[in-house]
Write a protein that binds this ligand. Sequence first.
Ligand code: GRF
Length: 187
Amino acid sequence: MVNKIRSCVLISGNGSNLRSLIKSSRDYNFPIKIQLIISNNPNAKGLRFAKQYSIPYKFFPSDNKEKFERNSLFEIKKRKIKFLCLAGFMKILSKNFIKTFGYKIVNIHPSLLPKYKGLNTHKRVLKSREKYSGCTVHLVTPKLDSGKIILQKKTLIDKNETENSLKTKILKQEHKLYPQSIISVFK
Ligand code: GRF
């Protein structure tokens, strides 16, 4: 693919999804190229992948959200970014940010949306004695975890499932689902 879409990934933590996106994006036919990584956490472990793969990265504190968004948009525009992926990014983007950016933004969430939006997903899923959980990639709107669903993957919950085992199991699925979803966005 000659014209890959210039993209940016926003992270706050471990960055295992970031890593899977970087790996996929190195395939010739994958639709996006990651040109920028933004973290709102200076200690985000995921930043090590930016360094490892020599991708430009920025840290902006997000305690002042308006300033975070202004700084991020400046970098995003400067680099002609036309697609954003949220990968464990723990802030809700404002309506103004989404509108000003003007292109698609996607997010991955570790539940079968619209069920279990928000934090502590696995804990709540187990407490409700669900038979299944999973992960979802969806478009980002100003409403938390509520945009149009792109792809979803269902996972069976085992009898002795713990929060940790479920997290690990679903995260493994996320690493496949996120790249697949991006391919389907640009099909
Ligand atoms: C993932 O479970 C993702 O679905 C959620 O936050 C977690 C991030 O994990 N939004 P990582 O930073 O990609 O390892």
